[in-house]
Design a protein around this ligand. Structure first.
Ligand SMILES: NC(=O)c1ccc[n+]([C@@H]2O[C@H](COP(=O)([O-])OP(=O)(O)OC[C@H]3O[C@@H](n4cnc5c(N)ncnc54)[C@H](OP(=O)(O)O)[C@@H]3O)[C@@H](O)[C@H]2O)c1
Length: 290
């Protein structure tokens, strides 16, 4: 297979690091914010024109969901206007664009998996900045591919399983009780599986909106229970409600994404429990009490 020329924004992030691994056999230009800030249109043009990619993958974003609530300007400048900069330059350069988006474009009021045709109705500033970016990108580059994903975990940065493992191992002399919300349901997604699926979508010349998550669904509480059980750490998880643990940004109560759009490209994703086992097998687990 001929190597693809790819320019990746967000290469230093949780997903970006896995994309770099996955794209190692390709001709890759991997960029962090230090190499090119999405808000700097001149610099974005420079790096894309220098690398002349077949595909630009835009994984970079301001991803602090709670931080976005108090920093709306930055959220829109990076996640929306920054994405527009990349799309306009991709159009000029004749490159395809793969934009990574989120389940938070939905309000979470459904109780069956979200389809790509369901209307966006984000409940947070982060979700609004990504939803607006999706709309603008579809106007600028109608053949853009928008891959929505959810509840990412992996080795390249902070993530939910790493936090639970840290809490569970914090006081090895006692069995720690960790409160976790049990009224938000979604699909945990391993960055490694996502990266592999995204590269397959590029190879398949995908376009339009595609939902890409590990299969299966759970609440954050159920996810935490499985992390603790699979790691063998001495901790207990206690189910709590979102109302008991309010956070600045509202999260969807339900954000499972239907896989039909992904299956149309003949790409299947493993179950999230299988993905978690593989994540844990490659994590340096905190010492377990004997
Ligand atoms: N994490 C999740 O649960 C989740 C769920 C759904 C969708 N997503 C989407 O998936 C994508 C990847 O998320 P992630 O969790 O891998 O993100 P992440 O770990 O927070 O990494 C963010 C990346 O974006 C870069 N970046 C931030 N601001 C930038 C700017 N102004 N200019 C250029 N680059 C900038 C960062 O570069 P530096 O390292 O140099 O700062 C880093 O490489 C994002 O588009 C996100 O919206 C994430």
């Amino acid at each position: 297979m001929q190597a693809m020329r790819v320019t990746l924004f967000g290469a230093s992030g949780l997903l970006g690091e896995e994309l770099v691994r996955e794209l190692k056999a390709e001709s890759l230009t991997a960029l962090s914010s230090k190499d090119a800030d999405l808000r700097d249109r001149v610099r974005v043009r420079e790096v894309v024109c220098e690398s002349r990619p077949e595909w630009v993958i835009l994984s970079a974003a301001y991803t602090d969901v709670d931080g976005c609530e108090s920093n709306r300007e930055r959220a829109f400048a990076v996640n929306c206007e920054g994405a527009v900069n990349v799309a306009e330059v991709a159009r000029e350069a004749g490159s395809r664009l793969l934009f990574i988006s989120t389940d938070y474009v939905f309000d979470g009021s459904k109780r069956s998996p979200y389809e790509i045709t369901d209307p966006r109705n984000p409940a947070s500033v982060y979700g609004r900045s990504k939803a607006r970016a999706e709309e603008r990108l579809l106007e600028i580059l109608p053949e853009v591919c928008i891959a929505r994903t959810s509840w990412l975990f992996g080795h390249g940065g902070k993530c939910f399983p790493a936090t639970i493992l840290k809490l569970a191992a914090a006081r090895p002399e006692i069995s720690v009780v960790i409160p976790v919300v049990d009224d938000q349901r979604g699909s945990p997604t391993f960055a490694r599986d996502l990266a592999s699926a995204l590269v397959r979508l590029c190879r398949a010349d995908a376009r339009g909106i595609v939902h890409v998550t590990n299969s299966g669904e759970c609440t954050w509480y159920e996810f935490a229970v499985e992390i603790v059980r699979a790691s063998g750490l001495p901790a207990a998880v206690k189910p709590v409600s979102t109302a008991e643990f309010p956070r600045p940004a509202q999260r969807p109560a339900y954000s499972v994404l239907s896989p039909d759009s992904l299956h149309a490209y003949n790409v299947q994703m493993p179950d999230w429990r299988d993905a978690l086992r593989r994540y844990l097998a490659n994590s340096s687990l905190p010492a377990v009490r004997t």
